[in-house]
Design a protein around this ligand. Structure first.
Ligand code: KG4
Ligand code: ZN
Length: 343
């Protein structure tokens, strides 16, 4: 089984991981999050520059962590999209350079497939069929998964506007909470009443998501409120609306598609209420819930190494070294197909 080096640079985390045969041997993570905080969101050029500075040290850290030498790496997996173009570009260029200099195969992989694959490092191989709910800062998708490396990925529903994490970030901002908003709302909500305010549950009875109306409902409520805003109650009520919506749709999809397993991944899967409510509803419906530990839910390099490991073991052909990055790429396959070649 090849030793796979995984590289992730699609947003503000520079992640490197080393995986062999479903086992995480070591990883390292640097984040430029603090540099973006005063802008209230990720600034692509700042992220790209930070990746450039952090990448080689993170590769070194991950190798030290795993107790292996760079020369032992037998395949390189790297996020080829989707993500911030300038940020993806840094990791992809580095991945190509490592693959070329080591003389090993390169796998350009889909960032979201990495979010799903990371769970195998903790909970073992995925079942033949499962439903995956991917909830991150940029994406909200309900998927039907077969063999993650080989089978096409079926989208049951996606968001028509904001992603779930984006809604957390925007609502946090209007409540005066720091960026990233998800963890801040999670913390603030601990002291709040989730039933204090009845925020809307958008698009019930479908697998399509929409969070911009919910965000607007929070904004209107805050505008109309007289006196100091009860931040904890607003945070808890908003978080409840998101948790209710996500878990209801995901469990509904498992029932309809006779899937015994729900995989919940992405940054928002780190949310304590989303995890607890989904766990309760899955238990009631007899569905096994798999959620990676919070550290692996947010962007990291282990997830890219994990998907590279699945692809390598499936014996798929490597990516060409002129693979172009694809900033807006729908998830249909874990291995990114070249869309066009750069000369
Ligand atoms: O998966 P991720 O690290 O990056 C993307 O690929 O987007 O997700 C980041 C998102 C951010 O919007 C962040 O606010 C959200 O995940 N997030 C959370 C929590 N931790 C991170 N949202 C809600 N509750 C959390 N505890
Ligand atoms: Zn992500």
């Amino acid at each position: 089984m090849p030793l796979v080096l995984g590289i992730e640079t699609s947003c503000d985390e520079t992640g490197v991981g080393l995986v062999r045969d479903g086992v995480l041997l070591g990883d390292a993570l640097a984040s430029s999050m603090d540099e973006h905080a005063r802008f209230g969101g990720v600034v692509p050029e700042i992220a790209a520059r930070a990746h450039l500075e952090a990448l080689q040290p993170m590769v070194r850290h991950a190798l030290d962590n795993a107790g292996v030498a760079l020369a032992e790496v037998e395949a390189v997996a790297v996020t080829a999209g989707p993500g911030l173009a300038s940020a993806v570009q840094v990791g992809l260029a580095a991945g190509k350079a490592y693959a070329l200099s080591l003389g090993v195969p390169l796998y350009g992989v889909h960032h979201l497939a990495g979010h799903a694959a990371v769970d195998t490092l903790e909970h073992g191989p995925l079942p033949d069929r499962c439903i995956a709910l991917i909830v991150s800062g940029g994406h909200t998708s309900l998927l039907l998964l077969g063999d993650l490396a080989r089978d096409p990925i079926v989208h049951l529903g996606d968001t028509v506007d904001d992603a779930a994490g984006e809604a957390f970030d925007k609502v946090a901002r209007l409540l005066g909470l720091p960026y990233p908003g998800g963890p801040a709302i999670d913390r603030a909500a601990r002291d709040g009443n989730p039933d204090a305010i009845a925020f809307p549950r958008p698009l019930p009875g479908t697998y399509t998501f929409s969070f911009s109306g919910l965000k607007t409902a929070v904004a209107r409520w805050v505008e109309r409120h007289h006196g100091p805003v009860p931040v904890a109650d607003v945070a808890a009520s908003f978080q409840e609306a998101v948790a209710d919506t996500l878990s209801r749709k995901a469990v509904g999809a498992c029932r309809e598609h006779h899937a015994g397993t729900l995989l919940m991944v992405g940054g928002v899967a780190a949310n304590s209420r989303v995890r607890a409510l989904t766990a309760r509803r899955c238990a009631q419906a007899g569905i096994e819930l798999r959620v990676p530990t919070p550290r692996l839910c947010t962007d990291n390099g282990a997830m890219i190494a994990a998907v590279g490991d699945l692809i390598a073991r499936a014996g798929l052909p490597p990516s060409p070294l002129d693979l172009a990055m694809q900033p807006t790429l729908t998830l249909t396959q874990a291995l990114v197909r070249p869309s066009r070649s750069t000369p």
